[in-house]
Design a protein around this ligand. Structure first.
Ligand code: ZN
Length: 176
């Protein structure tokens, strides 16, 4: 019957495990007095890589930090938009840009990723810029500088860059 389901219906089959796990989570949920402000004043800009647990790797938990994620941990217009809001309104006074080792975005050229998708799926994605990285350290310096020099960012906010090692769990701070 799934083919007969209204397109607007929630796709239950695809999310059954997600909802079941949430049922357990919410049953054990202790409630929360937290606000939407970052209690530890931290924002982390990192990659969508599923091996990264941003809060855990810096010893924090819900309520402590803002987490911004995208492919490659790149500082895009939308990241800047979010950081402006976070620094003025949501308690953020330090920002860590955190790409990681073994990142797919740092292993391929822009053109190669377009070619791969085109060959495997027949879709031309070249109207998108994936923002691949050929030199991860240089890109990190560029991204950190981009935030530091952004004129709308709240004054006094500290910005740092570090690479997360997905094999060891260690952060390597970088002079940017
Ligand atoms: Zn990545």
């Amino acid at each position: 019957m799934s083919g007969q389901e209204r397109l607007s219906a929630f796709p239950l089959e695809s999310f059954r495990d997600v909802l079941a796990a949430n049922g357990e989570f919410s049953a054990a949920f202790k409630g929360s007095a937290l606000t939407g402000s970052a209690a530890k004043g931290l924002a982390i800009v990192t990659c969508m890589d599923s091996r990264i647990s941003p809060l855990a790797l810096v010893g924090m938990q819900s309520g402590d930090a803002k987490i911004l994620r995208n492919a490659g941990a790149r500082v895009t217009e939308d990241v800047l938009r979010t950081l402006v809001l976070a620094t003025y309104l949501l308690g953020v006074n330090r920002i860590l840009v955190m790409p990681h080792t073994d990142c797919r975005m740092a292993q391929s050229e822009e053109a190669d990723i377009h070619a791969t998708i085109s060959q495997e799926f027949g879709v031309d994605t070249r109207s998108l810029e994936f923002r691949t990285v050929s030199d991860q350290r240089k890109a990190l310096t560029t991204d950190v500088t981009r935030i530091r020099s952004y004129p709308l960012l709240r004054k006094g906010v500290t910005v740092g860059g570090a690479i997360y090692n997905v094999t060891t769990g260690a952060l390597e701070p970088l002079d940017c």
